[in-house]
Design a protein around this ligand. Structure first.
Ligand SMILES: [Zn+2]
Length: 275
């Protein structure tokens, strides 16, 4: 059964039991490995693990056990049983609940590191009491952890789906189309613009599907389904290498879990070919 994560800003007073420590260096997570598998270290303090860290952030509790995150000192030696790994590579190795908390953690550490100084006047920022925010003591600017929303869209035409291949994709993988939301746009407008720009086609019946945090480094993927409304496929070669309409029985390589792209495609595959 999935464990329950409760987000909070401060550790409950008097709690002195072992906590989960999500420690990062250059965006890589410190994990320990043994016969049981890969996990995140548990300790009362990083000192108990023989580690030095900058000011830790409390994230909340996972089934009542506190979760902290912090940046590791740049050149401090790591414990023998521990190593650093990119978060994405840990999907499937790390327990799903810990993986989800690690996705929160990496974004808080990254935000902390990149907002030490005010972006408006350059003064050193200060933590804002009672909020996950920083404030500039000189000009009053307040900065919250930043999310970059992106839409990801499954477009269908009859019993075919639109798939495209980015030049950055590994191997011969094809996926549904995705792109960042621009300032001032609704999500539906972003869907129509992104599909239009990248493939030249128009879409209709844009409907919300679901969402997924995508902390690489700070996206939120918002999934939609849409139907073909007109136009010929004309790909934007700066963005995609190839695109086409595919039937369920002739799909190319598609993304694996944990991506929302795969959830969208699995959902469509389960619909079956209409009679
Ligand atoms: Zn300022």
């Amino acid at each position: 059964m999935a464990r329950v994560f409760t987000s909070a800003l401060e550790a409950p007073f008097g709690d002195s039991g072992p906590c989960w420590w999500f420690l990062f260096r250059d965006g890589q997570l410190l994990v320990t490995k043994d016969e049981q598998g890969t996990t995140v270290p548990q300790a009362r303090t990083p000192t108990d693990l023989g580690l030095r860290v900058a000011a830790p952030h409390y994230l909340g509790a996972l089934d009542g056990c506190g979760c902290f995150t912090a940046e590791l000192d740049a050149d401090a030696p790591l414990p023998n049983s521990a190593g650093l790994e990119p978060l994405r590579a840990l999907y499937g190795q790390l327990n799903d609940d810990l993986f989800a908390v690690a996705g929160r953690a990496v974004q808080i550490v990254d935000w902390d590191r990149t907002h030490r100084y005010c972006g408006r006047c350059g003064t050193e920022t200060e933590p804002m009491p009672g909020e996950r925010a920083k404030r500039c003591p000189s000009c009053g600017l307040i900065v919250y952890p930043r999310l970059s929303p992106a839409v990801i869209v499954l477009v269908t035409r009859g019993d075919e789906v639109l798939l495209a291949r980015s030049p950055h994709f590994p191997g011969q993988m094809y996926s549904v189309l995705a792109g960042f939301v621009e300032p001032g746009e609704s999500l539906e407008e972003a869907v129509a613009r992104e599909i239009g720009e990248e493939t030249g086609i128009a879409v209709k019946e844009i409907a919300y599907f679901g969402s997924q945090p995508w902390p690489y480094p700070n996206s939120l993927m918002i999934g939609f389904t849409a139907a073909y409304a007109g136009g010929d496929l004309v790909i934007d070669e700066r963005e995609i290498a190839d695109a086409g309409w595919y039937r369920r029985d002739a799909l190319p390589d598609i993304p694996g879990r944990p991506s929302i792209a795969r959830r969208l495609l699995d959902w469509w595959i389960e619909q079956g070919t209409p009679d």
